[in-house]
Design a protein around this ligand. Structure first.
Ligand code: MLT
Ligand code: ZN
Length: 454
């Protein structure tokens, strides 16, 4: 136990009781041991810096913790680390209308940021099911994606400036919220997606855009996955899509049972796509739908007639992850180029059928971005250890398929602990060498989120 840590933080800003360690020591993954030694709650950048200096002096290891909604174990503390929660650094510091920028502390909850932007007459477009609890710092550290990437891109696209405390305790002011800045290496992009392994993101300047016009939602049924991609291309030639999401019949069954929702279409289908677009594009969207029916790509469809109906159609997609949680899913978050998706899916489907004949496999994802979530569900009569062991054993085969198509083994969930041993399927040895070298520069004593990513 570090006495100096108690000099920096006194209760309630330091916690060591078992309940607190269990809550702040993990994320949404449930397969890793949770054993931090303490949780601290800094309130200022200076406190974060002092903590990092102390960690270097005393050999403490620090795990950054935001809303703890991660799915790869990036915020899990398994080995007596000190968890650094940003719950008390949750203030919106500034809004600059002319710059269209909001400056926030790292602990601001995504939804709070979205709502604040809307009250100023602007829009923060990065959105996902966990927006009500995920924090901006965590979103940046994992370069979070979500449901509107097809139109707005990932978190990276919206970060105009970052303040970061590195693993040596230095404060970096990256890009200062500038639009144009041609002064060499842009460190912002090094920290975005670095999963807290290089430093603590303490503040960010977040870009905003115009509030979009009202949206309409369409859900379509398909018998063949290939046809989904044809429909995507056809719609994109006529309509600016805000979302193009996908889920399988099994995913639909799980979510409708879990949330007691109505099925969207009278008849079942193998696959479904959920499309969102500006209401003013509804006429073009209807024409695209009719063409898709004529071509035999789509079996049926529904177009929302009100905001309430649009919201309930969205629940069919957004509720899937939560509906699968009771099945302790083994999660995969894969991406390939959109053009590679049909062949990739055939390969993966063939492999999964051969390797997991006795497991339920649930498909969903952000198909418009080339991002597929493949969840393998644990049968009741198989122990969690055996289940994870079997899934893990087969992962190399799956990731070989990803590598063959130059895809990613983690499109948006991050690497954390879950995918760490498989990183070489997506990153070359030259990449990994440079990543390790950067880690040595910014965190030479390895105090920052040890054991994650690399
Ligand atoms: C989603 O797309 O629903 C999220 O990434 C969560 C998940 O994959 O389970
Ligand atoms: Zn997702």
């Amino acid at each position: 136990m570090s006495e100096s840590l108690d000099k920096l933080f006194s209760p309630p800003r330091i916690k060591r009781d078992a309940a607190a360690l269990a809550i702040w020591g993990c994320d949404w993954t449930r397969s890793f041991p949770v054993a931090p030694s303490a949780v601290v709650f800094p309130e200022t950048i200076e406190e974060v810096q002092a903590l990092v200096v102390l960690a270097n002096e005393e050999g403490l290891q620090l795990v950054p913790s935001g809303g703890r909604t991660g799915l790869s174990g990036g915020a899990v503390a398994s080995h007596g680390e000190v968890v650094v929660s940003f719950d008390r650094m949750n203030r919106i510091l500034d809004f600059a209308s002319a710059d269209r920028l909001i400056t926030c502390q790292a602990g601001v909850v995504t939804q709070t940021l979205q709502d604040f932007a809307t009250r100023q007459g602007y829009f923060y477009p990065v959105d996902f099911a966990s927006a009500g609890s995920s924090q901006l710092g965590g979103n940046i550290a994992t370069n979070a994606g979500g449901i509107r990437v097809i139109r707005y891109g990932m978190t990276r696209n919206w970060i105009a400036g970052l303040r970061v405390v590195t693993g040596t305790g230095e404060l970096l002011d990256c890009n200062q919220g500038l639009v144009k800045n041609a002064t060499g290496y842009d460190f912002r992009h090094l920290f975005i997606g670095s999963e807290g392994t290089l430093g603590f993101i303490v503040e960010a300047d977040v870009r905003l855009t115009r509030i979009p016009e009202p949206q309409q939602v369409m859900v379509l049924g398909f018998e063949k996955f290939r046809d989904i991609l044809k429909v995507l291309s056809h719609f994109q030639s006529l309509v600016e899509l805000s979302a193009f999401e996908f889920f399988s019949e099994l995913a639909l069954q799980k979510v409708t049972a879990h949330r007691e929702l109505q099925r969207p279409l009278a008849d079942g289908a193998q696959f479904y796509a959920l499309l969102e677009f500006d209401a003013s594009a509804a006429e073009n969207a209807t024409a695209a739908f009719e063409h898709a029916v004529t071509e035999g790509w789509v079996s049926d469809g529904v177009l929302s007639q009100s905001d309430a109906q649009a919201a309930s159609l969205w629940q069919l997609r957004e509720g899937i992850s939560e509906s699968l949680a009771p099945f302790s899913p083994y999660k995969n978050d894969l991406s390939v180029r959109i053009s590679e998706m049909p062949e990739f899916l055939d390969d993966v489907d063939g492999m999964v059928r051969a390797c997991y004949p006795d497991f339920e496999v649930c498909w969903y994802g952000h198909i418009g971005d080339g991002n597929l979530h493949l969840n393998i569900l644990k049968p009741e009569d198989v122990s969690i250890d055996e289940f994870y062991h079997r899934c893990h054993e087969i992962s190399p085969q799956l990731f070989e398929l990803v590598r063959a198509r130059r895809g990613s083994i983690s499109a948006e969930h991050g690497v954390g602990l879950l995918k760490k041993e498989f990183l070489q399927y997506s990153r070359s040895s030259a990449d990994l060498k440079i990543m390790r070298a950067l880690k040595m520069v910014l965190d030479p004593n390895g105090v920052m989120n040890p054991g994650k990513l690399l």
